[in-house]
Design a protein around this ligand. Sequence first.
Ligand SMILES: Cc1cc2nc3c(=O)[nH]c(=O)nc-3n(C[C@H](O)[C@H](O)[C@H](O)COP(=O)(O)O)c2cc1C
Length: 245
Amino acid sequence: MNPTIDLLMAHRSIRKFTEKPIDDALLEILVNAGQASASSSFLQGVTIIRITDPIKRQQFVTLANNQSSIAAAPEFLVFCADLSRSIRCCKMHGGTPTEGFTEQFIISTVDAALYAQNVVIAAESAGLGICYIGAIRNDPVQVTALLNLPKNVYPVFGLCLGYPDQNPEPKPRLPISVVLKENSYDSSEEDAQIKDYDEVVRDYYAMRSGNPKSQSWSEQMARLLEKESRPHMRNYLVQQGFEMK
Ligand SMILES: Cc1cc2nc3c(=O)[nH]c(=O)nc-3n(C[C@H](O)[C@H](O)[C@H](O)COP(=O)(O)O)c2cc1C
C-alpha cells in the first residue's frame, strides 16, 4: 500500500528486547511525535513518566503480575491522564475549576491514548518494538504513591520499548465486515462471521512460535467477561478526583 500503512499492518507486541539501549535523541524524537497528536479542546491532558530507577522498575514488575519485560525493556514509560495542569491554569486566571466531570475523564484518557499511539508508531518506524502494560492498574494506589501523582492525574498504562529480540507473527484481527458498519448498527450477521474468525484465531494460537494454545477469540472473550475487571478502579478514580459527575 504505502510504507506507513505497511508499518501499521505489521504491528505486533514485543515482550523480549535486546540489551541495546534507545538513544536519548531517539527517545526525544518519539516523545515529540506524541506531542503532535490531536488533543480534545487542546487540553494536552497527558504526563509521561520515564522510569529509569531500577528499583522502581522492579516494583512495577511485581505489581503488574510479574511481567519481567518491564524491568528488561530499555525504556519503560508510564502514560498518565492529567487534568491537574489545566485545573492550575484555571486557578491561575482566578477561575473556579469544575472538577470531576466524566467528560473530562474521557477527554484526558483519550488524549493519553492518542499520544501514546503516536509514540508507538514512531517507535515501530524506527525499528523498535513495544508492549503496552495495562497491568499497572492492578494496583493504581501503589503506582500513585510510587510516582508521587497529584490529584486529577491517574496512570492509564505503561509502555515497554526496545529493540525486538523476538519476531512474533501479527495477530489476526476481526474481519472488517464485523467492525465497519454502514449508516446504523446491525449485528445480525455477526455470529456467523465470529464463528469463522474463531477458527482463524484458533489456528493462529496453535501455530504461533511462542506459547501455543488452543483457544478461539470468542472463548477468550467469554473467559474475560466472566470475571470482574479491576473492580478497585472506580473508587481509586474517585479518590484521585475523577468523580464521574
Ligand atoms: C491498553 C493496553 C494494555 C495492555 N496491557 C498489556 C499487559 O499488561 N501485558 C501484556 O503482555 N500485553 C498487554 N497489552 C497487549 C495486548 O495483549 C495486545 O496488544 C493484544 O493481544 C494484541 O496483540 P498485538 O499487539 O501483538 O497485535 C496491552 C494492550 C493495550 C492496548
